[in-house]
Structure formats: C-alpha cells, structure tokens
Design a protein around this ligand. Sequence first.
Ligand code: IMP
Length: 428
Amino acid sequence: MNLCVLGAQWGDEGKGKIVDLLTPRFSLVARYQGGHNAGHTVYVKGRKFVLHLIPSGILHPGVVCIIGNGVVVDPTALFAEFDELIGMGVDVAGRLFISDKAHVILPYHRELDVLAEARRGEQKIGTTSRGIGPAYEDKIGRRGIRMGDLADASADGPLSIAVQHNVDARNRLVGNSDMKWQEVLADLRRAWVRLRPLVIDTSLHLHQAITAGSAVMFEGAQGTLLDIDHGTYPYVTSSNATAGGAATGLGVGPGVIGNVLGVAKAYTTRVGGGPLPTELLGEMGERLRETGMEYGASTGRPRRCGWFDAVAVRYAARVNGLHSIAITKLDVLDGINELEICTAYRCGNQTLTEMPSDLAQLSLCEPLYETVPGWSEPTKGVVEFDRLPENARRYIRRLEETSGVPASIISTGSDRDHTILRPEFSPF
Ligand code: IMP
C-alpha cells in the first residue's frame, strides 16, 4: 500500500524523521511540491542530516528518490545538497531522478523574492528568500523554464529565447539593473551537463514501478496551513502541500495515493508572518522554543510557538483525508504542570469549531482551551505506549479525540529509535 506523508500544521512538524523511519517499507520516495525552502532534519545514529530538496529516503541504500514535476528546483542548491550527501558517505548514484517537467529556480527568482518582501513592508510573508514564489509565478504565468527544456543546446532555440525574455522582463521590473541573460544561460548549460542523467519522465517511472508492485511513499513539504489553496492565504507558500498535490505534483492518479498520514507536533509552531491562534508570547512560548530547539532548519529563524491547535489539525484531517497522525516531539512537553489544547475559537460572540477561510476573521480568533494535567516523568526515548506516564497517554488520547484522527506513531525524541508505533492504528 502506498502512503502519503504530509504536514498537518504550519510546517516543521518533524516529517523528515517520520519519512526516514518508514522508508524501509517502500521502494521509492517521491517529493511532490515545494523546493529548497523545506528543511527536513534527520538524525541517524547521532549524525545530523538536513535535507532541503532531496527526499530523506536517500539515506536508505537501494531506495529510489524522485523529485516530481510539482517541485521547483534550484540547480545550485541541488548540487550543494548532492555533494554534501556524497561527502557524508551516502551513495546517491543512480538513485535520484528529477522530473523533466519540474520548473527551474533561477537567480532572478531569488532576487524577485527578496524584492517582493521588501515591497510588502509590514505585510511581508516572511518567505525563505529562496525564490520559490516567483518560480511558481513563472510556472503559472506559462513562461517558466522546465528541467527538460535545458536539453536545448541551440544558440537561438526556445531555451535561449525564454531566458532572454525572462531576464529582460525581470530587469524592467527591478529597474536600473543589468542582469545578463547570456550569463544566466551559460550557467544553465553548465548545470545541464550534471543534471542530464538525473532528468527523466518521473510520472512514467512511477507508473511502471507501481504496476510492477513497488510501494511508494509520497513526501509532502511545508504543511496544510501553508498550502496555497487551503492555508492561511496569503501567508502561505506557493504550492499544494496537501494530499491532492501528490497526484498533480507527480503525475499519478489520486487512486494510487493509498493512505494519508499527517504529521503534527504535540504543540504548534509557525515561522514567518500570518495568524497563529494559539501563539504563546511569554515564558511558555520561550520554553517550548528552547526545549524543542525551534529554529528553522533552512533559515535558522526562531519559530513562533503555541499550544496544540485541534481546530487546525481537524481541518488538516478534512482537507487531506487523513487516516492517522504521527504526533512528534512529545518529550518537549515533559515537566510542564498543565497543558492546554485549543478545541475551538472565540471570534466576537461566535464560537467557531471549524477553521475560518477569512484571514481577517482568523486574526481576531481567540483560542478556547481545554486544560489537561501534564507529567513530570521523562518520555524521551520511550518506545511503548503503555510505558508513557499516565498523563502523557491521556494527553495523546485527547489530541486524538479533539482532532478526530488516531495517532499511529508517537515520536519521543529525535533519533529513529525514539518512536512508539501503534500497529492497531497503522495503515501501513
Ligand atoms: P516561501 O515558501 O519561501 O515562499 O515562504 C512562504 C511561507 O512559508 C513563509 O511563512 C515561510 O516561513 C513558510 N515556509 C516555507 N517553507 C517552510 C518550511 O519548510 N517549514 C516551515 N515554514 C515554511
């Protein structure tokens, strides 16, 4: 059975560890959206790997990794990651393929990202400055450059015309700027020499593998509340991080996606601007940030922290069709006397049990909390549900009840082994 693993909150839920943990059950791991804005941290035997673009399945010998058409790829970032993996002794040869339809992030996308944020002023989104949004803008605007387009070596062919056109357009937009399209094109030609063996029709590759009986894990980046359609728009990323994105972002039918596993922290974090109803601005927020090491894996920015928001996870369960959730970082809550779970929002004189679409309304929402007792015993490294302190078990059960999905996995530490698997809820 295939499985889609995605973020059920605002990203940074710990998907990297969960994907890494489950990878041995699959022959292929396929990324379907986003770019190197993602940062998936994986600890293997005490060694830390941070993957941005390449699926974390690459750490398992023999597993084939796919970067789908829905991903935007910065060749410089890709090579840097590739080389780092090789330097750390990971054998990547013949195990990574990139869709010929994936769009390329170019230097002007990065510059436009920074410029657009500066122009937004107070309303800035807090993007990762990786050029993600502008690359997707070019894709939707039907002027983007795709991986497969880089094969065109002719001096005045479609690639050279597109690069010239796009760089000129960007120079007009920025004003007094003289980016040289010839230099951008020369860089792309150099990159192609290395990219060529990796670029294939990944939809066909997946189709053939699935038909032959191979199991695939579809790997989402960012999270449901950062999805371009279903997130807290406009404070979102520019792609579909939700389960539907796996079908369009990889060229597979929705029927092959199989099970959907949402990853959610035992509390909530968000990096960048936009509403976060359960945000804790005082001491408790600081405590979660420090204990949970809540600093961006890609940008190092401090993450905003808050209590578990069951309204948000319930919403994620709906828009993704979640079969179960993986609850991560339970151990971060060790030693807190009382915990709060947000079960609804108060907005003026209304009580909302569903996530509102209107950002202005969401910004006015106050969380309605249920208080539950915490636990003093450590949960770090616990591998059996029954070995958790009683209040930790009660807390997990309340998270399941309030978000409406069973927890098939509970993570109690950063290492692969620090994990509770609950086969009774496991769809895989
Ligand atoms: P962009 O994806 O760089 O355009 O950023 C848009 C929003 O998504 C910003 O709020 C970012 O902080 C957020 N974002 C992008 N990637 C990630 C991620 O991997 N984890 C958490 N937040 C992210």
